[in-house]
Design a protein around this ligand. Structure first.
Ligand code: B12
Ligand code: SF4
Length: 492
């Protein structure tokens, strides 16, 4: 069967700092290819809708699968599915990914019959079975599958992460993928899931709080296939288990692979596994993201981060002493006033790190989605991108955006424009000499992407698809049934 897999258009973030390969789709593609199908992959972060329609004509797929990890992409995918189904000889249309998994039935309702099924959870096991069941009523009995007529049992976890390494050969224009100065940059996955349970996050609810590791040999085999000199390690929390991180590192040394790496981890993990991170620094670890989230104990407790402010500050010192470029994130609450923004801005100016600000957003799939007592001010999917306020702001909304962007602009002052050229000019120019200009191009784009008027105007756009409000909880706390996509068992 001819199968076209599609990643939707870029999010607000990817307009500036990064653009990353659709690793989830590449893994699903590998599983589908292994089942004997002919697969093509189209990434609309790079290509245009016109390219999608061209592909529909020239490749004439019998099935089209969309990846929806982000709510902001829901309207685009619903519209593409509707237009696809309106044309003669329409293919089977299915959708997977994080956000799709958490809002399966409302997604199907918006599509009004244009989406044949949503595939909840990991795609590797189930996608080939879905293709096999097209046209058969057994489709809606498959694990993780939801149609307008029924839903199968909880999805099946992939038994072994070493299976179905990403089908990177299907990617086109790979030189467009980058993160900051790591230009170009590929992505890789070493582990899946997270054992913590932060209230604003859905990494743990998606995988039913499970945590799995691939073998160091398979991970490094995958790494060896990557042509790019830079690699984004996509694990939610990198190197939780030191032995696994050392195992991969030793294998990299044994195979004499030299690359630069970006990873994301927790402050307590960095403190606990300092030696491991120092080893990775020697191997090429360049850029690290630490989820600090808050500058006070009360907010850390509310986010249920299970780290203290002191631990966070200690981790920053360790990262600095290792000589890493460090990015951190702070969650701005819509309740913040001018004084709060000023205090955070002053702090951000005193630290050498790249400081990002996101807006507290109850995302479906998180505990916060069910427990947040404040009323949503918007249910427009496009505004659920952690850059817009969807909860009531204490300041007038326009003022909130002015303060937010002013605070985000600290990053612009410190790490973009000429400041960046002074700091990373050598790396940027040598990338440019190789024809890689993604990073150079981002340096002066800040105010076209982060703009208070634009953010405020987004709230005035007509809303065609509205999210369903959260369902009331059965008890005082959300249950596993209410939160998890993958229930803890079974593993196949
Ligand atoms: C890279 C990344 C990004 C990149 C986007 C890159 C891209 N090209 O998509 C950037 C940095 C832009 C980003 C932004 C955000 N992200 Co993000 N991101 C990730 C990250 C680290 C890796 C994604 C990845 O490659 N995973 C590995 C692959 C193998 O897994 P996968 O994509 O989930 O695919 C599997 C399944 O989902 C499924 N599947 C996926 N697509 C399809 C399609 C079909 C047809 C089928 C059948 C199955 C299927 O099968 C795949 C294989 O099992 C994940 C964390 C993670 N480890 O997954 C978070 C994650 C996906 N992001 C998340 C969030 C919350 C965000 C933000 C909202 C906030 C933030 N963290 O900054 C913003 C969104 C901004 C916006 N404007 O809306 C959440 C999920 C959100 C949700 N929907 O519930 C995650 C899980 C992180 C987390 N800890 O909460 N992100
Ligand atoms: S924020 Fe990080 S540590 Fe917390 S649950 Fe999500 S992935 Fe795990």
């Amino acid at each position: 069967m001819r199968v076209l897999l599609v990643h939707p258009s870029p999010l607000m973030y990817s307009e500036l700092y990064l653009r990353l390969e659709p690793l989830g789709l590449e893994r699903v593609a590998a599983a589908i290819e292994a089942a004997g199908h002919e697969v093509r992959l189209l990434d609309l972060q790079i290509f245009q809708h016109a390219d999608y329609w061209r592909e529909m004509q020239t490749f004439a797929p019998q099935a089209v699968g969309f990846s929806v990890n982000y709510l902001a992409n829901v309207p685009e995918v619903v519209d593409l599915a509707k237009e696809t189904k309106a044309r003669p000889g329409a293919p089977f249309v299915f959708v997977g990914g994080h956000s799709a998994s958490f809002i399966a039935s409302e997604f199907l309702d918006h599509a009004d019959g244009a989406i044949d099924c949503i595939v909840r959870g990991e795609g590797e096991v189930i996608a080939p079975l879905v293709l096999e069941a097209i046209g058969d009523p057994k489709l809606e009995t498959l694990p993780g599958v939801v149609t307008r007529h029924g839903a199968g049992p909880s999805p099946t976890l992939l038994r072994d992460l070493d299976l179905h390494l990403p089908a990177r050969h299907l990617g086109r224009r790979r030189h467009k993928y980058f993160i900051g100065v790591l230009d170009p940059c590929a992505s890789i996955e070493f582990t899946r899931g997270c054992p913590w349970d932060c209230s604003f996050c859905s990494a743990w609810t998606f995988y039913g709080r499970s945590y799995r590791k691939g073998s160091p040999e398979a991970a490094v085999e995958d790494l060896a296939r990557i042509r790019e000199p830079n690699v984004f390690i996509v694990d939610d929390v990198a190197f939780i288990q030191a032995e696994h991180g050392f195992g991969i590192a030793r294998e990299i040394e044994r195979r004499r692979i030299r690359k630069q790496y970006y990873l994301e981890t927790r402050c307590d993990v960095l403190i606990k596994n300092q030696e491991l991170f120092a080893y990775w620094k020697r191997l090429g670890l360049y850029y690290m993201f630490l989820g600090i989230e808050a500058l006070d104990e009360e907010a850390l407790r509310l986010h249920r981060k299970r780290v203290t402010l002191n631990e966070n500050l200690r981790a920053l010192e360790i990262a600095r002493s290792l000589g890493l470029t460090v990015a951190i994130n702070i969650i701005a609450d819509p309740s913040w006033d001018e004084a709060r923004f000023r205090a955070v801005r002053d702090w951000a100016l005193t630290v050498p790190e790249v400081v990002h600000f996101t807006v507290a957003t109850p995302y479906p799939g998180t505990e916060l989605w069910l427990t947040e007592s404040r009323q949503l001010t918007s249910r427009d999917y496009r505004l659920f991108d952690v850059q817009h306020a969807v909860l009531p702001t204490t300041m007038p909304l326009q003022r909130f955006y002015e303060e937010l962007v002013r605070t985000q602009a600290v990053l612009n002052r410190k790490h973009l424009g000429w400041g960046a050229i002074r700091r990373y000019g050598g790396a940027a120019l040598s990338a440019a000499a190789r024809g890689q200009t993604n990073y150079l191009r981002m340096l002066w784009k800040f105010s076209t992407v982060y703009n208070p008027e634009r953010q405020y105007a987004d709230h005035q756009k007509p809303v065609r698809y509205e999210m369903r409000p959260p369902r009331p909880m059965a008890g005082p706390r959300p249950t596993k049934q209410e939160l998890y996509v993958h229930m803890p068992a079974p593993v196949h």
